[in-house]
Design a protein around this ligand. Structure first.
Ligand SMILES: NC(=O)c1ccc[n+]([C@@H]2O[C@H](COP(=O)([O-])OP(=O)(O)OC[C@H]3O[C@@H](n4cnc5c(N)ncnc54)[C@H](OP(=O)(O)O)[C@@H]3O)[C@@H](O)[C@H]2O)c1
Length: 431
């Protein structure tokens, strides 16, 4: 059966998708029974040379022309950004055209509204490629596990930062050196801010949490810390303690409420996420019935992302041709999203202190004043100063931060050189 599609965007993902649709047209048709016909494609610059030649009249620089074309039955949005992509997606859905998008920024910002429009129109809005590119994770969360209690989702959902942290771990590279190499090899953009600041991972974490827990989590409720302050010293110490530093997206659903955060994290060496190297992404899901599930693979790149987009196109086309009204797989319920101050985490701290008797007692006193208990403490370095390494037990961010302020106010503390959260109970070094 034939389905006419319109594509908004012909860049990295669009190029790979069009190549697939043209080169593999016969096998797609044999496998799925669908003849996918690309009717219109929107770009900014129609004069630019493209990797795939399209018949005359297919390209346009007016994306609304694509959405409004009566021959276009299904719209694929792979142009990126919130504007004008959001209004185009809304217009397509209101015209009862199913939409497939890879746009995490758009779904994180306007997902709830757009899913509502899709529900009203009775057509699918699918976004498998929006989180962790080529890894099937949206469908498992929203369909396979739809009836399950999910307690936690942990993810390495940004390939650029995982590549940089892997270089730092395996080669002892400083952050700036690892970033420069990632840029040279095309694993990081020339402006890497969205990746290294954690913003990209935060948008994905918000989407994962919303689907996992059935409560929409706005991306501005995600606590975010990037990797730009991760120091080679802490990467080395983590390794010595049997840990590895990862930029982790953590979504938790507890009796108190939902919390979502993205930050550098000490991950135990025997955790399945510890071995996720380079630009690979992975999502680890925990629940009482299924225990633990790990999804891993390429988190970005034209071809893997186009695979996820094509899967959604096939799914949406089948729904369209079946003619039935489609209900979204998850009905979002109101829920409590916790303020980050109330979330309990374990901390690793590296303090530069003066080397004199009584320092440890003063440091311990600050923690005691804030009712934060210390799990382990050990000392590195000599000369005129010393380095104190501490791991706390899990306490709320509020208490941990109050301790931090107290430490900074101590004369004997020259610098709080690093504060990194720890997944699990944390290391107990052999002293
Ligand atoms: N690249 C990846 O690995 C990856 C992975 C997962 C998800 N995604 C998501 O997929 C989407 C596309 O990413 P990409 O890397 O393919 O982006 P890209 O290479 O920058 O391509 C964007 C395309 O959209 C077109 N476009 C942008 N604004 C337009 C406008 N206002 N009107 C008409 N055309 C417009 C551009 O036209 P011109 O070509 O004329 O400039 C270009 O063809 C994004 O939402 C991204 O987050 C990408």
């Amino acid at each position: 059966m034939r389905v006419g599609i319109g594509i908004l965007g012909f860049g990295t993902v669009g190029g790979a998708l069009l190549r697939k649709l043209i080169d593999e047209n016969a096998s797609i048709s044999t496998k799925t029974g669908l003849e996918i016909d690309v009717v219109r494609v929107a770009v900014r610059d129609t004069a630019r040379e493209r990797p795939v030649n399209l018949p005359a009249g297919v390209l346009t620089d007016d994306p609304m022309e694509v959405v409004g074309d009566p021959e276009v039955q299904l719209v694929v949005e792979i142009m990126g950004g919130e504007d004008p992509a959001g209004d185009l997606v809304a217009a397509a859905l209101r015209a009862r055209k199913p939409v497939v998008t890879a746009n995490k920024a758009l779904i994180a910002a306007r997902g709830k509204e757009l899913i509502g429009i899709a529900e009203e129109a009775g057509v699918p809005l699918l976004f498998e490629a929006a989180v962790a590119g080529g890894i099937p994770i949206i469908r498992p969360l929203s369909e396979t596990l739809a009836g399950e209690q999910i307690d936690r989702v942990l993810g390495i959902v940004n390939g650029t930062t995982n590549y940089i942290l892997t270089k730092m771990t395996e080669e002892g590279a400083e952050y700036k050196v690892a970033l420069a190499e990632a840029q040279e090899l095309g694993f990081a953009e020339s402006d890497p801010a969205a990746d290294v600041s954690g913003a990209d991972a935060a948008a994905k974490a918000a989407i994962l949490a919303s689907l996992a827990f059935g409560t929409w989590v706005a991306s501005d409720r995600v606590y975010v810390e990037g990797i730009d302050r991760v120091d080679a010293t802490d990467v080395r110490i983590a390794t010595e303690l049997g840990f590895v530093i990862k930029l982790l997206a953590v979504a938790e659903n507890t009796a108190e409420g939902i919390s979502v955060r993205v930050h550098p994290t000490f991950v135990p060496g025997d955790h399945p996420l510890a071995v996720i190297r380079g630009a690979t992404n992975a999502v680890f899901v925990e629940g009482p019935s299924f225990d633990e599930l790990l999804f891993a693979g390429p988190g970005a790149g034209g071809a893997p992302t186009a695979t996820a987009v094509l899967g959604d196109v096939v799914d949406a086309a089948r729904e369209l041709l079946a003619g039935a009204e489609v209900a979204p797989p998850i009905r979002f319920q109101p829920g409590r999203v916790l303020d980050f101050e109330a979330v309990a985490t374990t901390w690793y701290l590296r303090l530069e202190v003066v080397d004199r008797p009584g320092v440890l007692a003063q440091v311990a006193g600050v923690f005691a004043d804030n009712e934060v208990s210390i799990k382990s403490v050990w000392q590195e370095g000599e000369d005129d100063g010393a380095t104190l390494l501490l791991v706390t037990h899990a306490h709320t961010e509020g208490r941990q931060r109050a301790s931090l302020e107290g430490l900074r106010a101590l004369d004997v503390v020259r610098d709080v050189a690093a504060v990194i959260r720890v997944e699990g109970a944390g290391p107990t070094p052999n002293l």
